[in-house]
Design a protein around this ligand. Structure first.
Ligand code: CS2
Length: 471
């Protein structure tokens, strides 16, 4: 079978870009070419360009991988997204990515693009752990390898914050406008976090640069949502059948997608609003809702699945007791949320249950279980502290926490940047407070949880039940 390219004759049933990808000019630089970006932002961008043409092609940057860039080049930067649910499936070819750059190979080209005035927006999906955020201070973690490298050698960056700072420094020196930085990772107030890290790193080299960024920069926050599992041989084979061509970059995803963005862009933006994105003054209520209801329950399901030998989210959801638990956890986390404009939280929860149950989406519990130390503070612990302060018992959150700890204890090779610390904590002799070593990990649990003896006892009791095989 031939490989997907601009000359592949595609079946009528395949949705194609409504514009000519070959002549699309770049206006966005996106860092982090993973599955999520390709099935979310790039899809919104295709829809926006169909409604309102403009120079908003995406230059996709991978900070670590060469393969994905090679695959993009081999396919004229085209790839497919297959949407699946019980109601059926459909395929679309996405045309928004106009170029791929690997920082491993082309650092200079990437730096040149960051100072190219055609690039108006830099968007980011690099996952929580790549920012180098110190959770205890909210500032830079100077021991994070990329942060340490970029502070020591700012003109040859390796990390995401280092690239942004060097790009902005070059713009400042050239007396240009800054680019807008739009973070699309699952962090609360993600724009504010990135702004703070960028200004801190800029200040370490030049206080005038930090001042300029704080006065002129734009870092809108955004909430992103679409369930996009890692591709597999089976998903690629299904895409090839629908396309009539091999596509090494194809992805499968659910029909649902959501994007809520603060409308603060220095030099314009694509008509993402016409593609269904919601522009609001304050994203925080939406972020909290999504992190605590969707991602919090997702993590709970993932650890449950890993401990019970259930490979996919849908398998966990097929056990009535676990599905009820996921719902109860969402209902309990919901009590910590303020009203979210335009959203009925009962319906939102019903929809999440249905999305998790989607029988056609093979989302590995192992994939979601990774990086718990980076995910759980915002998905679980912050909300738990608020729930306890309101007099709630936070029972399901105690169980979710115990599930993570049980998983960490059983998984010496846990996929987590704090693996060594977790391993040491797991090896501590248990005593009557088996969690003491985990609660002592810096920056992980809010002080209000550490100090709450009653809640600690509940987590300990849940852990004992899990370890005794009663849960
Ligand atoms: C998941 C998310 O892997 C994970 O941790 O919880 O990637 C989740 O699928 C997305 O945030 C959905 O928008």
């Amino acid at each position: 079978m031939e490989r997907l390219s601009a000359s592949t004759p595609l079946a009528d049933t395949v949705v194609k870009p409504a514009f000519e990808p070959k002549t699309l000019k770049p206006g966005i630089l996106h860092i982090g070419l993973g599955a999520f970006h390709r099935a979310h932002q790039a899809v919104y961008n295709d829809l926006a360009l169909a409604k309102e043409p403009g120079d908003w092609g995406i230059v996709g940057v991978s900070l670590r991988s060469l393969d994905i860039v090679r695959d993009l080049r081999a396919q004229d930067h085209l790839y497919s997204v297959v949407t699946r649910s019980g109601a059926g499936e459909s395929a679309q070819v996405v045309g928004s990515i106009v170029r791929g750059i690997s920082a491993v190979e082309d650092r200079d080209e990437l730096l040149a693009l960051l100072v190219n005035p055609a690039i108006k927006i830099v968007t980011i999906t690099v996952t929580e752990k790549a920012y180098g955020l110190d959770p205890s201070t909210g500032g830079l973690d100077r021991n994070h390898p990329a942060v340490a490298a970029d502070l020591a050698n700012p003109s040859a960056p390796v990390g995401v914050i280092g690239y942004i700072v060097e790009g902005l420094a070059r713009r400042h020196a050239a007396r240009q406008e800054p680019f807008t930085v739009l973070c699309c990772d699952n962090l609360p107030t993600n724009g504010r976090i990135v702004r703070r890290l960028v200004i801190e790193m800029a200040g370490a080299r030049d206080p005038a640069l930090a001042n300029w960024i704080s006065g002129h920069g734009a870092f809108p926050s955004s909430m992103v949502d679409r369930i996009v599992p890692a591709a597999t041989d089976e998903s690629r084979a299904r895409a090839a059948e629908m396309l009539g061509a091999e596509d090494a970059l194809s992805l499968e995803t659910e029909p649902f997608m959501q994007w809520v963005i603060e409308d603060h862009f220095i030099s314009g933006r694509p008509a993402w609003d016409q593609a269904g994105a919601l522009f609001v003054d304050d994203v925080e209520p939406y972020e909290k809702m999504k992190l605590r209801l969707l991602n919090g329950a997702h993590s709970m399901i993932a650890y449950l699945g890993q401990l019970k030998g259930l490979e996919y989210v849908r398998d966990v959801m097929a056990v009535p007791e676990y599905r009820d638990l996921a719902r109860r956890h969402m209902q309990s986390a919901r009590k910590t949320l303020d009203p979210v404009p335009g959203i009925d939280l009962d319906q939102y929860i019903d929809q999440l249950i249905e999305r998790f149950e989607n029988p056609t989406i093979a989302h590995r519990t192992k994939q979601i279980a990774m990086d718990g130390s980076q995910k759980l503070p915002q998905r679980l612990f912050a909300g738990t502290a608020e729930a306890l302060a309101k007099g709630e018992d936070a029972e399901t959150a105690a169980l979710a926490t115990a599930l993570w700890i049980a998983y960490a204890k059983r998984t010496p090779n846990i996929d987590d940047p704090r693996r060594e610390e977790l391993r040491r904590a797991a090896a501590e002799p248990a005593g009557d407070d088996a969690l003491a070593a985990f609660f002592a990990l810096p920056g992980l649990f809010p002080k209000a949880l550490i100090d709450n003896r009653g809640w600690r006892d509940r987590v300990n009791a849940k852990l004992a039940e899990i370890e005794a095989g009663r849960i």
